[in-house]
Write a protein of this length. Structure first.
Length: 283
């Protein structure tokens, strides 16, 4: 079954394909005309459909509503299981770097953007100066972060599975589900990293933890959206050959008027940087 929107879109796409085929054929003809001394001076034929009107009888078969199935619920949990480990570990490291850079900035007043981690040495003026080391040079802490990532992900998989089973996800909005995911992640991370000494926790403060969970939630939002925002539409039967048993009262007639309009590229050049951008405009 097809929705009216899908039918109309496919119809227009077919017209575009017809124009493409006609243009390609005219281009091939132009080469033949060029090498033929008799035809070389003649104009190459090229035709377009300036305007077309299509009258289509249709039968409305029903309405397609977006319904979240059990398979969709399983897909939500699979997305969390597959995407969260990489996202979480990356953001834990980013939070740690942000915390260490904050410490170094407070000590020195400056910081090199590519540096991570913190070490201390004595400069030429014999004063203690904060320096930077990479997290890879602290293997014990790096291992702890990886272990915590695995622990958090295991708990998240369990908690979100319970949440999905106990709540009517089909009636829930995408933003509400994402907020529930973020709140659960924040609670689990707070519990996990609450056992760390202050100098080893990756977060500057509770706002840093909140920021990390919201960043991860924003990334997962687009994963969840594929499931929550399914296509809705009016189901129609446009095939006239199957309508012999339908009375005129059961049918509706749809007139679709298609008008050809070319698109062109406009190039905008920034004189100061030399950067160019291309935009599509209607001809």
């Amino acid at each position: 079954m097809i929705t009216f929107g899908e039918f109309a879109g496919t119809l227009i796409t077919d017209f575009l394909q017809a124009r493409k085929i006609a243009d390609a054929y005219s281009a091939a003809l132009s080469e033949e005309y060029y090498v033929n001394p008799v035809l070389r001076g003649m104009p190459v034929p090229h035709y377009t459909v300036d305007e077309a009107e299509i009258d289509v009888p249709m039968k409305i078969m029903g309405v397609r509503r977006a319904e979240i199935t059990k398979e969709d619920l399983r897909n939500i949990l699979v997305k969390i299981e597959q995407k969260l480990p990489v996202l979480l570990y990356r953001n834990i490291k980013n939070s740690y770097y942000e915390k260490q850079e904050n410490i170094v900035f407070k000590k020195n007043g400056t910081i090199e953007a590519e540096q991570v981690g913190v070490a201390f040495d004595f400069g030429t003026d014999k004063k203690e100066k904060a320096g930077i080391i990479r997290l890879s040079q602290v293997p014990e802490l790096k291992a702890c972060y990886k272990a915590s990532t695995a622990s958090v992900c295991t708990l998240m998989n369990t908690y979100m599975k319970t949440y999905v089973e106990e709540n009517n996800i089909g009636e829930m909005k995408l933003l509400d589900f994402t907020d529930a995911f973020i709140a659960t992640l924040k609670s689990v991370c707070k519990q996990e990293f609450g056992t760390y000494p202050d100098e080893q926790t990756p977060f500057i403060n509770k706002d840093s933890l909140k920021k990390m969970c919201e960043t991860i939630g924003s990334a997962m939002f687009f994963e969840f959206r594929e499931i929550f925002e399914q296509k809705e539409g009016i189901l129609v039967l446009p095939e006239t050959g199957k309508m012999e048993s339908s009375s005129p009262e059961q049918l509706m007639r749809v007139k679709i008027k298609i008008k050809e309009q070319d698109v062109s590229f406009v190039v905008d050049r920034d004189e100061s940087s030399g950067e160019t951008k291309r935009f599509l405009t209607l001809g």
